[in-house]
Structures are given as C-alpha cells and as structure tokens.
Design a protein around this ligand. Structure first.
Ligand code: ADP
Ligand code: MG
Length: 692
C-alpha cells in the first residue's frame, strides 16, 4: 500500500529538524497532511509591479523604482528614509531599524524592487520596512505565477519558511496521495471540486483568482473544505454521543407520589411547554444510559420548576440530585426555592458555595456524603474533591453558558460510581441559535420551553442618552411613588469586578442624595453572601424601593413586583446579557419598563444592538441577531469555543451547509474507518475532547 500524506511526518521534508518540528507542532502540524490542511488566511498579489503613481494607501503590492536619495532623519524617532521614483510618481521607504551596511547599500541611482503595505506618511505615501531587493536595470521581471498565500503562523516561524514547506508538500501532492475520505457514493451530484483540486487551488490560486471571494471564504474550493470540516466536527460529536450511550446510568422510572404532592402545593398549573419538557426528561431518566439534555427556555419561562420535577424523579428513586448554578446569588436563590418547595415534602436540601467555611461546610458535606441530603444546591464548589455524594443520580446545570464542555464532563465523572454516571440536565436561558445547537451541541438532546406562563406583560423598552439622567431619576421617583420597585444596573467595560462594584457604590450614593425619600439598597459581587442575601431578601419583601446592582443580578433573580429597570451603559453589554438583565422585570402583571441609558456617541453596532432590544423581546430572535453581530465565539463564550476553532468553516457563513451535513452524517456511519480518519484529519489533537 502506498503511503498517504497522513502517514508522513513533517521531519521528512528538507530542512525540518527538531526545532522546526516543535514550532510546527504548536500549529497542530505533525504530518504532511496537517501541513496541507494548514490553509492561508489571505493572499498577496506579487504577480505584477504597480506603478508608483497608481499607489493607494492600504495597497499591499510590489513596486519598483530608482533610488533618488537616501538619508537618516533625526526626528522624534531616528529613521532611514529612502526616496524611490519611477516615471509615474514617487514613494518613500522608511526603516526604523537599520544598519550602516544597509544604508550604504541603498545608493542613489540603483534600482529596487519592494513589497509592502502602502501607508500615508508625513510627506506622501510610504512603505515601512518593506521587503526589498536590488534589481539590475536590464533584469527581466520574474513575476510570480500564483497569488502568494499568507498562512497563520507562530512565533519564530516566518511566512517564507512556511511557504517553502508547503511548496515541498504540494510537490508531494502531485505525486503522492491525499485520500478522499467522503465515500464516492455520497459525493454523487454534490458539485464541489475534488479535494486535491481544492487544496491545490487554495495553496496557489492563479493570479486572476477572485480575491474578494477568497477573502469572504466563499470560493467553491473553500466551501468544499468547510463542508468537510463541518462534517468531521459533526461526526466527532456523534461519536461522543455514541460513547455516552455505552456508559451506564441509574434507571430512574417516573416518580408518582412526590411529584403529585409537589404539584399540588404549587400555586399555579404547569404550562403546556413545561409539561412537555418534563415528560421528555422523565423518559430520559428512565433509560439505562445517561441523559444529556439541554433545556432552552426564555427568561421567565419557568425552568426552575422543571428542574425540581426532574430532581424529584431522582429522589423518589432514592438517588441524589445536584443543582449547580454559575453565581452565588443564583445558587442561593435556587436553594431558597428548593428548600421552600421540598422541605414540606420531607426532603432535606443541602447548600454548598465557595464561601461556606468551617463547621457549616462540614455539616453540609456530611449530609451529602451520608446521603441524608437528597438535593444539593450550589455553585461550582460542588466540584471540589472533598465533596462526596452518596448516590448521585442527576446533575442539573443552570445557565450552561457559564460552564464549559469540560466542566460539564468533569461533573459527570464526579458522580461516576460502579461504572455508572449521573444523568445531566442543562438549562439555559440564553437561547442558542439553531445553527449553533446543531454544531456545538450536537452531543446533546434539546428541549425547548417555548411558552411563557400566562399573565406576563411585555416590557416596554426605551433607549435614552445619559445626558437625560435627571429625567430618568424623575421617572424612578414616580414609579416608586406608585409602589413599584426599581433595579438600577451599573455596568463597566472591564471585566474588573472591583471597578464594577465601586461604580455601583458611587451610583448608589448619588441616587441616595437625589432621591432621599426612597429606600435604596445596593448589591454587588464583592459583598459577603449573607449581606447579599439580606439585601435581596429585603428587596423581595418590598422593604426597599430601589436596588442598585452590578450585573450579578443578571441571571435568575426573581422579584415579580420589580417592574422598572434602568441599565447604565447598555452599549457595553452583549445582546444576550441585556436580554437576561431585562428578564428580571416583566415578571408580574403590571406593565414593565426598561430604560437603556447609553453614553453617547454610540457606534453603529451599538446603535443596532440597542434598537434590537427596543424592537423585540423574543429571546431567539435576539440570539440570532447576537450571533450575526458578534459571531459564535462571543455568543457561546470562549470556553465553549475552545473545541470549536474551525480552520476553514464559519458557522454563520456556512450555515446553509449544515443541513446537508446532517443528511450525510448518518450514511457515513457505514464507513467507520473513514469517519475516524476524517475526525483525525480535521480535529486531530483536539479529539481527546471526545474521549469521555
Ligand atoms: P426561568 O426560566 O427564567 O428560570 P423561573 O423558573 O425563575 O424562570 O420562573 C419565573 C417565575 O415564573 C417564577 O416566579 C415562577 O414561580 C413563575 N412560574 C413558573 N412556572 C409558572 C407557571 N406555570 N405559571 C405561573 N407562574 C410560573
Ligand atoms: Mg432560572
């Protein structure tokens, strides 16, 4: 059997020793196949010389001309300036770093050919540190035959080096083999170029290639590869899912008594959507393999009740359920809810957060380990080594966005006992656009609570310049006079919690001065949990009129009587976050208001984002828009995208390919060897993520 490029190590290439191998490895390149799939970011046109008179700022091009003058300029920063001229115009080359030899080499009268980016300078156009070489007058122009690729690279590895390695590899491609891994029967009528042609084209496009199309990633050769990459990705998630199915999980048949008792004490009936999703979960829990289900439900759709019902199914089967929330405030609130609901049913609820210390913590640990506490609520403190569950049957993760895939998997491992892992239920209030669910979450089953409890009134959202702060304050006073409660949310651009808390402190002082008749509370992330809980409790019991808060209240906080929210500098937040925040109001039956008080001037994107907020309260539409404006990395959070760094594909641009990929993924299962090779080709070293 002939060797394929996937079997040939890069060290086989000329000039690749240990040091270079290591650098290549940093780029995920160990074989010739890897190298071939290391695709250019963009291209340079070095195929023709641009007359100096035709240069425009921003051009990246080859120029040629005669040196008129070469001199050192002693300005703020010493630099070597070299004036070039051809018949059509002139340009300056500027060097900040240069040697005496270099200067002596650049003598007036000699000709240079340069390549670089054209920029405006103090006296006309310049090329800063261009590549250059001297040319003899009569030398023929040795124009490049192809566009020149620019590859993603790493420290200490030059473009030129990468290019030459690729040239060697392409020569191999002409004689060697690159295996088409998508079986021929599945490639019938699909109108993509062959793999080999696509690769050759992208590494050396003809000079008349449509550069615009290439930059957009819409060239058929790129689409061919994007398709293959998305397919590989999808197949790896399917594999992850198959592997999950082979692990055992406790069989938890639907519960009767506890559920009935719980529903009886709830002051409202379930919505149809809650009922449907509860049934979907109930069926999963009764299976002998672990459930991995994502429940999406807009803010206020009542996910907590659904989580409680799932927990009861575990408890009734004599297993424990763990509920994990991303922030202490949210975890506390869940704890209070669960305790209120479950204690009357005789179920002990334990509580665990990072700040719980000493004896109190010990007592909780003991309740968890002995199995006395049937339900455990907490933050990621639930991960810690000394937390030992007696019989963990179900893990509920609320607001999945804050947790990464790895955390999700490691929590599952934590509950592993005698070859079984607990079921997992993941709840998110930030709807995930369909395109992302299909790719990033293809290892999960999905349920959607697509209905809000009756009696909600939509939030009226207004966008106001913070120059009109006085009017906003007057509005707050008016609202509070009508017995409404108000949130005032402070944001900061930095991730710095300290600064955000300081800003909230200052704001609360200022508001106390302007609104002396109101009872004003303050809550932020740096307060002690007990302090926070006390303030939240006071607000909930209407002992406070106005709550100044940082974005810690973003998720889960539930005070139905609060019907006005002011958000300062909303332009700093993503759409999903704004939607979450706004979801804190509109929970009662009175009309609610949300005031987005921005600081002018707004960027075009900022304006667009705020107008989306004004126009819609549909979480799914907002999520789609968020994806459109910010891209999947931002929407999912970096942790999630760790596994989603595509080389060629772009979930948004290539969304139309996803349906075709799904239809192909199933029949592909008949070629398990190809499936593995395809995953290996595209996900290579990242695939360990799939080994659960
Ligand atoms: P989220 O999905 O945002 O987590 P919650 O579970 O916090 O929503 O529920 C929001 C509010 O709606 C809570 O006050 C809860 O008691 C209430 N709620 C939940 N389900 C229903 C229902 N079926 N009918 C009426 N109110 C409900
Ligand atoms: Mg919630």
């Amino acid at each position: 059997m002939s060797q394929t490029l996937a079997d040939i190590p890069v060290s086989r290439l000329k000039g690749v020793g240990a040091a270079l191998s290591l650098k290549l490895e940093r780029l995920g390149i160990t074989t010739l196949q890897d190298l071939l799939f290391h695709l250019p970011l963009r291209y340079q046109d070095r195929s023709r010389v641009v007359p100096l008179g035709a240069l425009r700022p921003g051009d990246e091009c080859v120029i040629e001309g005669e040196i008129k003058l070469c001199d050192i300029q002693h300005g703020r920063r010493r630099s070597l300036l070299c004036r070039l001229q051809d018949g059509t115009g002139s340009v300056t080359l500027r060097f900040f770093h240069f040697s005496a030899a270099q200067k002596n080499n650049l003598v007036a009268g000699s000709r240079l050919r340069c390549f670089g980016e054209v920029r405006p300078g103090p006296a006309g156009l310049e090329l800063v540190h261009p590549e250059y070489s001297r040319v003899a007058d009569d030398e023929l122009q040795a124009a490049e035959e192809y566009l020149t690729p620019v590859y993603p690279t790493t420290e200490g590895l030059h473009q030129a080096r990468l290019r030459s390695l690729l040239q060697q590899t392409i020569a191999q491609l002409e004689i060697g083999e690159i295996i088409e891994l998508i079986p021929a029967p599945l490639r019938r009528n699909w109108q993509f170029p062959a793999l080999r042609d696509a690769l050759l084209y992208l590494h050396r496009p003809p000079v008349d290639a449509d550069q615009h199309l290439l930059l957009e990633g819409m060239h058929p050769a790129q689409r061919r590869l994007a398709f293959e990459e998305l397919l590989a990705h999808h197949l790896s998630l399917m594999k992850l899912r198959q592997q999950t199915r082979q692990i055992g999980a406790p069989v938890l048949p639907p519960a009767q008594q506890l559920v009935r008792a719980y529903l009886q004490q709830l002051p409202f009936p379930l919505t149809a959507a809650q009922q449907r999703v509860t049934e979907e979960i109930g069926r999963d829990l009764a299976q002998p393999s672990p459930m991995l289900r994502l429940v999406q439900g807009d803010v206020g759709s009542g996910k907590t009740v659904v989580a409680a019902l799932a927990a009861l199914q575990a408890v009734e089967n004599d297993y424990q359920a763990a509920i994990m929330a991303p922030t202490e405030i949210l975890a506390e609130q869940h704890f209070i809810n669960f305790r209120t609901w479950l204690q009357p049913l005789g179920i002990e609820v334990a509580w665990l957060a990072g700040k719980l210390k000493g004896k109190a913590r010990q007592a909780q640990l003991e309740a968890i380990q002995s199995g006395r506490a049937k339900v455990v609520v907490g933050t990621h403190a639930l991960f810690q080594d000394d937390v030992i569950f007696a019989r963990l049957g179900l893990v509920v993760i609320d607001e999945q966005h804050r947790f990464g895939v790895h955390q999700r998997l490691s929590l599952r491992e934590k509950g592993r006992q005698q070859g079984q892992v607990p079921h997992q239920l993941i709840m998110t209030a930030t709807p995930i656009p369909r395109t992302l669910t299909m790719s990033a979450y293809a290892d999960l089953d999905c349920s959607v609570i697509d209905e809000l409890p009756p009696g909600r009134t939509p939030v009226n959202t207004v966008v106001i310049d913070d120059g009109r702060r006085d009017q906003v304050i007057a509005r707050v006073r008016a609202a509070c006079t009508e017995q409404r409660q108000v949130y005032w949310v402070c944001t900061l651009i930095e991730e710095s919690e300290v600064l955000q808390c300081q800003a909230a402190e200052v704001t609360s002082e200022v508001l106390r001065e302007s609104l002396p008749e109101l009872r004003i509370g303050l809550v932020h992330g740096r307060m002690k949990p007990a302090e926070k809980a006390a303030v939240m409790q006071a607000f909930k019991q209407a002992e406070l009129d106005l709550l100044v808060a940082t974005t810690v209240i973003e998720v889960g906080v539930d005070v139905p009587n609060a019907s006005v929210m002011i958000i300062e500098n909303p332009e700093r937040l993503g759409l999903a976050q704004l939607h979450q925040l706004r979801g804190r109001v509109g929970r009662g039956s009175v009309e609610s208001h949300c005031v987005l008080m921005y600081h002018a001037p707004l960027s075009r994107q900022g304006r667009e984002r705020l107008s989306v907020m004004r126009e819609t309260s549909d979480g799914f539409r907002i999520a789609e828009k968020d994806l459109e404006l910010r891209g999947p990395g931002e929407v999912l959070g970096t942790r999630q995208t760790g596994m989603m760094q595509f080389r060629m594909a772009d979930l948004q641009r290539d969304a139309d390919l996803l349906t075709r990929i799904r239809t192909l993924a199933d029949p592909m299962q008949q070629w398990p060897e190809q499936v593995d090779l395809l995953i290996q080709r595209w996900l290579g070293h990242a695939e360990h993520y799939g080994n659960v």
